[in-house]
Design a protein around this ligand. Structure first.
Ligand code: MRU
Length: 337
Protein backbone atom coordinates (compact mmCIF):
# COMPACT_ATOMS: atom_id res chain seq x y z
CA UNK A 1 0.00 0.00 0.00
CA UNK A 2 1.72 3.25 -1.10
CA UNK A 3 0.99 5.28 2.02
CA UNK A 4 3.15 8.34 2.77
CA UNK A 5 5.88 8.29 5.42
CA UNK A 6 5.42 11.41 7.54
CA UNK A 7 8.56 10.90 9.68
CA UNK A 8 12.02 9.39 9.34
CA UNK A 9 15.57 9.57 10.62
CA UNK A 10 17.98 11.53 8.42
CA UNK A 11 21.33 9.88 7.54
CA UNK A 12 22.89 11.89 10.41
CA UNK A 13 20.17 10.75 12.87
CA UNK A 14 18.28 14.04 12.93
CA UNK A 15 14.46 13.91 12.55
CA UNK A 16 12.92 14.35 9.09
CA UNK A 17 9.24 15.27 8.90
CA UNK A 18 6.80 15.93 6.10
CA UNK A 19 5.48 19.46 6.79
CA UNK A 20 1.74 18.73 6.95
CA UNK A 21 0.78 22.42 7.14
CA UNK A 22 1.73 22.75 3.45
CA UNK A 23 -0.24 19.80 2.09
CA UNK A 24 -1.81 19.13 -0.32
CA UNK A 25 -0.21 21.74 -2.59
CA UNK A 26 3.41 21.40 -1.43
CA UNK A 27 5.24 18.25 -0.35
CA UNK A 28 8.19 19.54 1.67
CA UNK A 29 10.36 17.65 4.13
CA UNK A 30 12.08 19.42 7.03
CA UNK A 31 15.18 18.16 8.81
CA UNK A 32 14.97 19.02 12.50
CA UNK A 33 18.12 18.81 14.61
CA UNK A 34 17.15 20.38 17.92
CA UNK A 35 14.61 19.53 20.59
CA UNK A 36 13.12 23.02 20.22
CA UNK A 37 12.65 22.56 16.46
CA UNK A 38 10.75 19.32 17.06
CA UNK A 39 8.66 21.00 19.78
CA UNK A 40 7.81 23.83 17.36
CA UNK A 41 6.85 21.32 14.66
CA UNK A 42 4.47 19.54 17.05
CA UNK A 43 2.95 22.78 18.38
CA UNK A 44 2.29 24.16 14.89
CA UNK A 45 0.92 20.84 13.53
CA UNK A 46 3.68 20.39 10.96
CA UNK A 47 3.68 16.92 12.50
CA UNK A 48 0.37 15.88 14.04
CA UNK A 49 -2.02 13.06 14.93
CA UNK A 50 -1.91 11.43 18.37
CA UNK A 51 0.36 8.43 17.64
CA UNK A 52 2.67 10.45 15.39
CA UNK A 53 3.29 13.22 17.91
CA UNK A 54 4.30 10.53 20.42
CA UNK A 55 6.75 9.10 17.89
CA UNK A 56 8.04 12.56 16.91
CA UNK A 57 8.59 13.55 20.55
CA UNK A 58 10.43 10.28 21.24
CA UNK A 59 12.67 10.79 18.20
CA UNK A 60 13.09 14.47 19.10
CA UNK A 61 14.31 13.59 22.58
CA UNK A 62 17.33 11.84 21.05
CA UNK A 63 18.51 15.26 19.82
CA UNK A 64 19.27 16.34 23.38
CA UNK A 65 22.93 15.42 22.86
CA UNK A 66 23.30 18.05 20.13
CA UNK A 67 23.09 20.87 22.65
CA UNK A 68 25.24 19.53 25.47
CA UNK A 69 25.98 16.38 27.43
CA UNK A 70 23.06 13.93 27.35
CA UNK A 71 22.63 13.61 31.09
CA UNK A 72 19.45 12.26 32.69
CA UNK A 73 18.64 15.81 33.87
CA UNK A 74 18.99 17.16 30.31
CA UNK A 75 16.75 14.36 28.99
CA UNK A 76 14.07 15.12 31.59
CA UNK A 77 14.20 18.87 30.85
CA UNK A 78 13.86 18.21 27.09
CA UNK A 79 11.01 15.80 27.80
CA UNK A 80 9.18 18.57 29.69
CA UNK A 81 9.63 20.93 26.71
CA UNK A 82 8.23 18.34 24.28
CA UNK A 83 5.46 17.27 26.65
CA UNK A 84 4.19 20.85 27.01
CA UNK A 85 3.45 21.23 23.29
CA UNK A 86 -0.04 19.70 23.13
CA UNK A 87 -2.19 18.62 26.11
CA UNK A 88 -4.93 16.35 24.75
CA UNK A 89 -3.31 13.37 23.01
CA UNK A 90 -2.15 11.01 25.74
CA UNK A 91 0.24 9.29 23.33
CA UNK A 92 2.64 12.21 23.76
CA UNK A 93 2.93 11.70 27.53
CA UNK A 94 2.93 7.90 27.10
CA UNK A 95 5.88 8.00 24.69
CA UNK A 96 7.89 10.51 26.73
CA UNK A 97 7.40 8.52 29.95
CA UNK A 98 8.71 5.44 28.15
CA UNK A 99 11.73 7.42 26.95
CA UNK A 100 12.45 8.78 30.43
CA UNK A 101 12.27 5.28 31.94
CA UNK A 102 14.68 3.97 29.30
CA UNK A 103 17.09 6.86 29.96
CA UNK A 104 16.92 6.22 33.70
CA UNK A 105 17.70 2.51 33.18
CA UNK A 106 20.66 3.35 30.92
CA UNK A 107 21.96 5.92 33.42
CA UNK A 108 21.65 3.42 36.28
CA UNK A 109 23.63 0.89 34.24
CA UNK A 110 26.31 3.49 33.45
CA UNK A 111 25.51 3.28 29.69
CA UNK A 112 25.55 6.05 27.11
CA UNK A 113 22.00 7.46 27.02
CA UNK A 114 21.76 8.38 23.35
CA UNK A 115 21.94 4.87 21.80
CA UNK A 116 19.38 3.72 24.40
CA UNK A 117 17.07 6.62 23.53
CA UNK A 118 17.41 5.95 19.79
CA UNK A 119 16.57 2.28 20.32
CA UNK A 120 13.50 3.16 22.40
CA UNK A 121 12.24 5.76 19.90
CA UNK A 122 12.63 3.26 17.06
CA UNK A 123 10.79 0.63 19.12
CA UNK A 124 7.90 3.05 19.76
CA UNK A 125 7.67 3.73 16.02
CA UNK A 126 7.91 0.03 15.06
CA UNK A 127 5.29 -0.94 17.64
CA UNK A 128 2.92 1.75 16.37
CA UNK A 129 3.29 0.43 12.81
CA UNK A 130 2.41 -3.06 14.02
CA UNK A 131 -0.56 -1.75 16.06
CA UNK A 132 -1.93 0.00 12.96
CA UNK A 133 -1.76 -3.28 11.02
CA UNK A 134 -3.68 -5.10 13.74
CA UNK A 135 -6.31 -2.35 13.95
CA UNK A 136 -6.68 -2.73 10.18
CA UNK A 137 -7.25 -6.47 10.45
CA UNK A 138 -9.75 -6.24 13.34
CA UNK A 139 -11.59 -3.37 11.68
CA UNK A 140 -11.80 -5.11 8.31
CA UNK A 141 -13.19 -8.24 10.00
CA UNK A 142 -15.78 -6.13 11.83
CA UNK A 143 -16.94 -4.39 8.64
CA UNK A 144 -16.72 -7.61 6.70
CA UNK A 145 -17.03 -6.46 3.07
CA UNK A 146 -17.63 -3.61 0.66
CA UNK A 147 -18.12 -0.33 2.52
CA UNK A 148 -18.60 3.39 2.38
CA UNK A 149 -16.86 4.81 5.46
CA UNK A 150 -17.38 8.35 6.75
CA UNK A 151 -14.47 9.80 8.71
CA UNK A 152 -13.56 13.06 10.42
CA UNK A 153 -10.11 14.69 10.56
CA UNK A 154 -7.10 12.59 9.57
CA UNK A 155 -6.40 9.34 11.38
CA UNK A 156 -4.46 7.78 8.54
CA UNK A 157 -0.82 7.18 7.63
CA UNK A 158 -0.10 10.89 8.08
CA UNK A 159 -1.11 10.63 11.74
CA UNK A 160 0.76 7.47 12.73
CA UNK A 161 3.87 5.38 12.20
CA UNK A 162 2.01 2.98 9.88
CA UNK A 163 -1.22 2.74 7.88
CA UNK A 164 -3.27 4.77 10.34
CA UNK A 165 -6.04 3.95 12.78
CA UNK A 166 -9.44 5.00 11.38
CA UNK A 167 -8.12 4.48 7.85
CA UNK A 168 -6.38 1.18 8.63
CA UNK A 169 -9.55 -0.93 8.06
CA UNK A 170 -10.12 1.01 4.83
CA UNK A 171 -6.62 0.16 3.58
CA UNK A 172 -6.99 -3.46 4.72
CA UNK A 173 -10.30 -3.87 2.85
CA UNK A 174 -8.86 -2.14 -0.23
CA UNK A 175 -5.84 -4.49 -0.16
CA UNK A 176 -8.21 -7.45 0.13
CA UNK A 177 -9.90 -6.37 -3.11
CA UNK A 178 -13.11 -5.08 -1.49
CA UNK A 179 -14.92 -2.07 -2.91
CA UNK A 180 -14.27 0.54 -0.27
CA UNK A 181 -14.67 4.30 -0.48
CA UNK A 182 -14.50 7.15 2.02
CA UNK A 183 -16.53 10.27 2.73
CA UNK A 184 -14.10 12.73 4.36
CA UNK A 185 -15.39 15.65 6.43
CA UNK A 186 -13.20 18.63 5.54
CA UNK A 187 -12.60 19.25 9.30
CA UNK A 188 -12.60 22.97 9.98
CA UNK A 189 -10.69 24.97 10.99
CA UNK A 190 -7.44 23.40 9.74
CA UNK A 191 -8.90 21.09 7.08
CA UNK A 192 -7.12 17.87 8.04
CA UNK A 193 -9.92 15.96 6.27
CA UNK A 194 -9.79 17.66 2.90
CA UNK A 195 -6.08 18.49 2.90
CA UNK A 196 -4.67 15.29 4.42
CA UNK A 197 -7.19 12.41 4.44
CA UNK A 198 -8.27 13.05 0.85
CA UNK A 199 -4.62 13.44 -0.18
CA UNK A 200 -3.35 10.17 1.26
CA UNK A 201 -6.41 8.17 0.14
CA UNK A 202 -6.10 9.53 -3.40
CA UNK A 203 -2.43 8.53 -3.50
CA UNK A 204 -3.40 5.04 -2.36
CA UNK A 205 -6.10 4.77 -5.03
CA UNK A 206 -9.03 4.74 -2.59
CA UNK A 207 -12.04 6.75 -3.87
CA UNK A 208 -12.79 9.70 -1.59
CA UNK A 209 -15.56 12.30 -1.49
CA UNK A 210 -14.87 15.49 0.47
CA UNK A 211 -17.78 17.19 2.23
CA UNK A 212 -17.98 20.31 4.39
CA UNK A 213 -18.48 19.42 8.06
CA UNK A 214 -22.04 20.74 8.06
CA UNK A 215 -22.97 18.18 5.39
CA UNK A 216 -22.23 15.06 7.44
CA UNK A 217 -25.72 14.73 8.97
CA UNK A 218 -27.39 15.03 5.57
CA UNK A 219 -25.01 12.46 4.13
CA UNK A 220 -25.76 10.04 6.98
CA UNK A 221 -29.49 10.51 6.38
CA UNK A 222 -29.03 9.42 2.74
CA UNK A 223 -28.51 5.86 3.99
CA UNK A 224 -25.50 4.89 1.87
CA UNK A 225 -22.83 5.17 4.60
CA UNK A 226 -21.91 1.74 6.05
CA UNK A 227 -20.27 3.12 9.20
CA UNK A 228 -18.38 6.04 10.68
CA UNK A 229 -14.79 5.41 11.79
CA UNK A 230 -12.79 8.10 13.59
CA UNK A 231 -9.50 8.13 15.47
CA UNK A 232 -8.93 9.32 19.03
CA UNK A 233 -6.53 11.51 20.97
CA UNK A 234 -7.41 10.05 24.33
CA UNK A 235 -9.90 7.43 25.48
CA UNK A 236 -10.92 7.68 29.14
CA UNK A 237 -11.40 4.62 31.34
CA UNK A 238 -15.20 4.79 30.93
CA UNK A 239 -14.96 4.81 27.11
CA UNK A 240 -15.50 8.55 26.52
CA UNK A 241 -13.45 9.60 23.49
CA UNK A 242 -11.59 12.86 22.82
CA UNK A 243 -11.00 13.47 19.12
CA UNK A 244 -10.89 16.36 16.66
CA UNK A 245 -13.52 19.05 17.21
CA UNK A 246 -16.66 18.09 15.30
CA UNK A 247 -16.46 14.37 16.09
CA UNK A 248 -19.22 14.66 18.72
CA UNK A 249 -21.64 16.12 16.18
CA UNK A 250 -20.92 13.27 13.76
CA UNK A 251 -21.56 10.75 16.55
CA UNK A 252 -24.93 12.37 17.34
CA UNK A 253 -25.91 12.32 13.67
CA UNK A 254 -24.79 8.70 13.29
CA UNK A 255 -26.92 7.67 16.29
CA UNK A 256 -29.92 9.57 14.93
CA UNK A 257 -29.67 7.70 11.62
CA UNK A 258 -28.77 4.25 12.96
CA UNK A 259 -25.26 4.22 11.48
CA UNK A 260 -22.56 2.40 13.53
CA UNK A 261 -20.00 4.82 15.02
CA UNK A 262 -16.60 3.17 15.52
CA UNK A 263 -13.47 4.61 17.13
CA UNK A 264 -10.13 3.11 16.05
CA UNK A 265 -7.08 3.65 18.25
CA UNK A 266 -3.94 1.92 19.48
CA UNK A 267 -3.71 0.85 23.12
CA UNK A 268 -1.31 3.80 23.66
CA UNK A 269 -4.34 6.12 23.27
CA UNK A 270 -6.31 4.45 26.06
CA UNK A 271 -5.75 6.28 29.35
CA UNK A 272 -7.00 4.23 32.31
CA UNK A 273 -5.76 7.02 34.64
CA UNK A 274 -8.40 9.43 33.29
CA UNK A 275 -11.77 8.22 34.61
CA UNK A 276 -14.05 10.04 32.16
CA UNK A 277 -14.13 12.55 29.34
CA UNK A 278 -14.74 15.55 31.61
CA UNK A 279 -11.18 15.11 32.96
CA UNK A 280 -9.52 15.15 29.52
CA UNK A 281 -7.70 18.46 28.98
CA UNK A 282 -8.95 20.06 25.77
CA UNK A 283 -6.44 22.16 23.85
CA UNK A 284 -7.61 25.63 22.85
CA UNK A 285 -5.80 27.05 19.85
CA UNK A 286 -5.26 30.53 18.41
CA UNK A 287 -8.18 32.62 17.15
CA UNK A 288 -6.65 33.16 13.69
CA UNK A 289 -7.15 29.47 12.86
CA UNK A 290 -10.93 30.08 12.84
CA UNK A 291 -11.00 33.75 11.82
CA UNK A 292 -8.70 33.39 8.83
CA UNK A 293 -7.31 30.98 6.29
CA UNK A 294 -3.72 31.23 5.02
CA UNK A 295 -3.58 34.97 5.47
CA UNK A 296 -7.17 35.72 4.38
CA UNK A 297 -9.59 37.21 6.90
CA UNK A 298 -12.69 34.98 7.23
CA UNK A 299 -14.42 36.86 10.08
CA UNK A 300 -14.52 40.53 11.09
CA UNK A 301 -11.65 41.52 13.36
CA UNK A 302 -14.17 42.53 16.09
CA UNK A 303 -15.69 39.03 16.33
CA UNK A 304 -14.67 36.86 19.26
CA UNK A 305 -13.49 33.34 18.49
CA UNK A 306 -13.76 30.05 20.40
CA UNK A 307 -11.34 27.44 19.10
CA UNK A 308 -11.20 24.15 21.03
CA UNK A 309 -9.13 21.69 18.99
CA UNK A 310 -10.97 18.61 20.32
CA UNK A 311 -14.30 17.51 21.72
CA UNK A 312 -15.48 14.57 23.81
CA UNK A 313 -17.90 11.98 22.46
CA UNK A 314 -19.67 10.17 25.32
CA UNK A 315 -19.18 6.42 25.44
CA UNK A 316 -22.94 5.95 25.00
CA UNK A 317 -22.68 7.16 21.39
CA UNK A 318 -19.78 4.83 20.50
CA UNK A 319 -20.78 1.47 18.97
CA UNK A 320 -17.35 -0.14 19.49
CA UNK A 321 -13.66 0.71 19.85
CA UNK A 322 -11.28 -1.04 17.45
CA UNK A 323 -7.84 -1.43 19.04
CA UNK A 324 -4.72 -3.46 18.30
CA UNK A 325 -5.88 -5.81 21.08
CA UNK A 326 -9.30 -6.46 19.60
CA UNK A 327 -12.71 -4.81 19.38
CA UNK A 328 -14.07 -3.54 22.70
CA UNK A 329 -17.39 -2.25 23.98
CA UNK A 330 -16.60 1.29 25.21
CA UNK A 331 -17.26 0.35 28.86
CA UNK A 332 -14.60 -2.41 28.62
CA UNK A 333 -11.91 -0.38 26.85
CA UNK A 334 -9.75 0.17 29.93
CA UNK A 335 -8.77 -3.48 29.47
CA UNK A 336 -6.97 -2.49 26.25
CA UNK A 337 -4.84 0.20 27.93
O1 MRU B 1 -4.93 18.40 15.78
P1 MRU B 1 -4.57 17.11 15.10
O2 MRU B 1 -4.54 17.20 13.61
O3 MRU B 1 -3.31 16.51 15.67
O4 MRU B 1 -5.77 16.14 15.49
C1 MRU B 1 -5.73 14.81 15.07
C2 MRU B 1 -6.92 14.02 15.44
O5 MRU B 1 -7.83 14.49 16.10
C3 MRU B 1 -6.91 12.57 15.07
O6 MRU B 1 -8.21 12.12 14.77
C4 MRU B 1 -6.35 11.76 16.23
O7 MRU B 1 -5.15 12.31 16.67
C5 MRU B 1 -6.14 10.33 15.87
S1 MRU B 1 -4.77 10.13 14.75
C6 MRU B 1 -4.58 8.47 14.49
Amino acid sequence: MPVPRPIDWTPTRAVRILDQTLLPDTERYLDLDTVDAVAEAIRTLRVRGAPLIGIAAAMGLTLVSREGPATLEAVCAASRTLGATRPTAVNLRWALERMERRAADAAAAGDDLVPALRAEATAIWDEDRAMCERIGRFGAELIGGDALVLTHCNAGALATGGIGTALAPVYALHDAGRRVAVVADETRPLLQGSRLTAWELSRAGVPVTVIADGMAASRLRLGDVTCVIVGADRIAANGDVANKIGTYGVALAARAHGVPFYVAAPSSTVDPATPDGARIPIEERAAWEVAGWRGHQAAPAEAQVWNPAFDVTPAALVTAIITDRGVFAPRDVAGAG
